[in-house]
Design a protein around this ligand. Structure first.
Ligand SMILES: Nc1ncnc2c1ncn2[C@@H]1O[C@H](COP(=O)(O)OP(=O)(O)OP(=O)(O)O)[C@@H](O)[C@H]1O
Length: 323
């Protein structure tokens, strides 16, 4: 689903930049909850776009939301900013009901999918509008950012490049001075350099302004560079959520003689499996060590982890039998 409202209406390093990432992580101790969902669901007709979603996302973190097309990412983000109302369950953002009043609206910034802007308005006019719509607007921050980005205030948004428009939308989101910034696939259309610059700006703002960030993306590499907390959504359900370092520590790739995964010890959850006639490769989640000498145990990267959960979706064909 594409939100067509311009980002200005947000009232309604590798591992990327390790220093900035560490800065975000250092703020964990004094933070509480950014988003809490309990049995949250949204249905369109007979079809659930999001179902039974229970999450407790910590504040002060950069949270990556990843999943295939149609998984329910935009739906979850729109529920978080109050552009949709739940069909089931409940959601609270920074302790309040989404869009429940001016105070709640001021706490949350939203950069919708495709970072929409008003094509006929200049950069300067976007800032003016932002100032009018947002009580906490930080004009100095907005102007400084636009200058640093080299954006011409007199240029119409419709004449900017995709990367420049995304940077303008991010500037509007940050200058609102929200406590939580929600971004729906903001870098999807950008080239690698523009993506990097955008994400760098985002990370800097997160550290400088103590922002919590929820960022959806298909691009796992970008999430790997920026996020320290991950949510994987597949077919309208949360498949896994947690601190990236904890998740990486708890998942392993096991390679060994072909074996029925059902024979694994209790406590080893098989996330994905593939087999040849002689060999099995499993991604397992476990809190304990793997003692079985038959397995060669390898580390799992974030991309492997995300793909394993996506591949384990019930309606996907099994990776079984590569012969
Ligand atoms: N307004 C709507 N009416 C009917 N169905 C909808 C509507 N919005 C979304 N859906 C359906 O809900 C499901 C989840 O959509 P959503 O846009 O949340 O997914 P997404 O993970 O953001 O996908 P993408 O990565 O492609 O943007 C999809 O099956 C979609 O077709």
């Amino acid at each position: 689903m594409t939100a067509d409202r311009p980002a200005i209406s947000c009232s309604a390093g590798v591992r990327f930049l390790p220093r900035l990432k560490a800065g975000v992580s250092a703020r964990r101790a004094r933070c509480t909850t950014a988003l809490q969902a309990e049995g949250l669901g949204k249905r369109y007709g007979k079809r659930w776009a999001l179902s039974d979603c229970t999450l407790d996302l910590p504040a002060g973190r950069v949270i990556g939301l990843v999943g295939p097309n149609g998984a329910g990412k935009t739906t979850l983000l729109n529920l978080a900013v109050g552009q949709l109302t739940p069909t089931a369950g409940g959601i609270r953002v920074l302790g309040g009901r989404p869009a429940s009043g001016p105070e709640q609206l001021a706490k949350v910034g939203y950069v919708a999918q495709d970072t929409p802007t008003y094509a006929g308005l200049t950069v300067a006019e976007h800032l003016k509008l932002g100032a009018r719509l947002n009580p906490g607007w930080d004009d100095a921050l907005a102007r400084d950012r636009i200058e640093r980005l080299g954006l011409d205030p007199a240029r119409k948004a419709g004449k900017l490049s995709g990367g420049q428009r995304a940077q303008l939308a991010l500037t509007l989101g940050i200058a609102k001075r929200p406590r939580l910034l929600v971004l729906d696939e903001p870098v999807a259309a950008l080239d690698p350099l523009a993506r990097r610059e955008f994400l760098q700006g985002l990370m800097e703002a997160a550290v400088e302004h103590s922002l919590s960030v929820v960022l959806s993306s298909h691009l796992v590499m970008d999430l790997e560079r920026t996020c320290d907390y991950l949510v994987v959504l597949v077919e309208s359900r949360v498949r896994v959520a947690g601190d990236v370092d904890d998740l990486l520590a708890a998942h392993h790739r096991l390679t060994g003689p072909r074996r029925d995964p059902a024979t694994l010890p209790a406590g080893q959850e098989v996330v994905s499996e593939s087999h040849t006639d002689r060999q099995s490769t499993l991604i397992v989640r476990t809190d304990g060590p793997i003692h079985d000498p038959a397995w060669t145990v390898g580390q799992v990267g974030l991309e492997d982890l995300v793909l394993a959960y996506m591949a384990s979706s019930p309606s996907r064909p099994s990776l079984e039998a590569i012969r």
